[in-house]
Design a protein around this ligand. Structure first.
Ligand code: GRF
Length: 191
């Protein structure tokens, strides 16, 4: 990522729900000497629980849920350009950004996906792991490209799936590792 001459990297985090990854990113990057400034939290859902974390930390929020996708994305793009956002991190954002949005933003977009990519792109990853009796699962932080969950991998963390695991317990285990993995991957990406 291009260096910004000692200036902080203005970052927007996009969420849709619980926001536990947002919370861990806020806690990690609030350090004084952090290279990154979380300037904006975008939610596709006005009722997302995760918005609480933004409000607690006095981070600006923006709701992007206009019905017409094209219009919604256009407004969102204007917003992040106006806010001089240098980096977007998706954290449980349930909308798929269009190719046009990705191209027009021009700056990097990262995502965290709860599987060992390239295995299990898309939804219901934990369900698939349990059904297929996989021995391992994990989480991946990657660049967002125009193909779903297919951009360059930045960092991946693997965990063992135990015989007693079900979808819920696996989700819990993976979330726990994600809270460390995402900040670490962002640091790596910025270094
Ligand atoms: C995480 O498991 C993330 O990998 C996936 O969506 C989930 C979001 O959880 N993309 P939260 O909203 O951060 O708690």
């Amino acid at each position: 990522m291009e260096k910004l001459n000692g200036k902080k990297i203005n970052t927007a985090i996009f969420i849709s729900g619980r926001g536990s990854n947002l919370n861990s990113l806020i806690n990690h990057f609030k350090k004084k000497n952090s290279k990154l400034l979380i300037k904006l939290v975008v939610s596709s859902n006005p009722k997302a629980r995760g918005l609480i974390y933004a409000k607690k930390s006095k981070i600006k929020t923006y709701i992007s849920n206009t019905k017409e996708k094209k219009y919604s994305e256009k407004m969102l793009l204007n917003k992040i350009i106006n806010q001089k956002i240098d980096l977007v991190c998706l954290a449980g954002f349930m909308k798929i950004l269009s190719k046009k949005f990705i191209r027009k933003f021009k700056k990097p977009i990262l995502n965290i996906h709860p599987s060992l990519l390239p295995k299990y792109k898309g939804l219901n990853t934990h369900k698939k792991v349990i059904e297929n009796k996989d021995k391992f699962s994990g989480s991946t932080v990657h660049r967002v490209s125009s193909k779903l969950d297919s951009g360059k991998i930045i960092l991946q963390k693997k965990i063992k799936v135990s015989k007693n695991d079900n979808e819920k317990s696996l989700e819990k285990k993976i979330l726990k590792i994600e809270h460390k993995l995402y900040p670490k991957a962002i640091e790596k990406f910025l270094s």
